[in-house]
Design a protein around this ligand. Structure first.
Ligand code: OFO
Length: 180
């Protein structure tokens, strides 16, 4: 049985992951309105990944005998001055997510809930990747600061990103995956 404190923390983080999805979907919509369809594609895929991150927590809470309680998702911003500003927002947001994930892992340790501590390990690794990805794109955008042509090339490159279902040990199985 999952400790109540952990159940509450995971339900909060489930909400925050869906909020992340909402932010990135909003960025995607904004970027499309600016004709930046490649960056918009990148953000849309990011939103899909965040939904799976949230669903990982959804499945884990249930598998541990807890109850999922869905809360309201906060309204995200809908405008960013530049593509760079949007990606700086991504990085700032992911840094918040990292600290929340670390806090849950620390709580699981203090509660001696090693199943949750083990489950959180995937998210800890994922956050390293999330921050690195945002940093990389911020650097690319800064390097292309004065060149519309460079920005267009980056936009075309980001159009190539495709969705790969994240496999989270202990989380939701990929659609169509064989039952264990
Ligand atoms: Fe779920 O990693 Fe971003 O928020």
């Amino acid at each position: 049985m999952i400790p109540k404190k952990i159940e509450a923390a995971l339900n909060d983080q489930l909400n925050f992951e869906l909020y992340s999805a909402y932010i990135y979907l909003s960025m995607s919509a904004h970027l499309r309105s600016q004709g930046m369809n490649g960056f918009a594609n990148w953000m849309q895929i990011q939103a899909q990944e965040e939904t799976v991150h949230g669903m990982g927590m959804y499945s884990f809470i249930i598998d541990r005998g807890g109850k999922v309680v869905l809360k309201a998702i906060a309204q995200p911003k809908s405008e960013w001055k530049t593509v760079l500003a949007a990606f700086e927002n991504v990085l700032a947001h992911e840094e918040i997510v990292t600290s929340r994930i670390n806090n849950i892992a620390a709580l699981a340790e203090s509660e001696k809930d090693f199943a949750t501590r083990n489950f959180m390990q995937w998210y800890i690794g994922e956050q390293v990747e999330e921050e690195a990805n945002a940093n990389e794109i911020i650097n690319e955008l800064k390097m292309s600061a004065d060149s519309k042509q460079a920005l267009l090339m980056l936009d075309r490159e980001k159009a190539m990103r495709t969705f790969v279902f994240p496999i989270i040990p202990g989380g939701m199985k990929a659609p169509g995956a064989a039952a264990p």
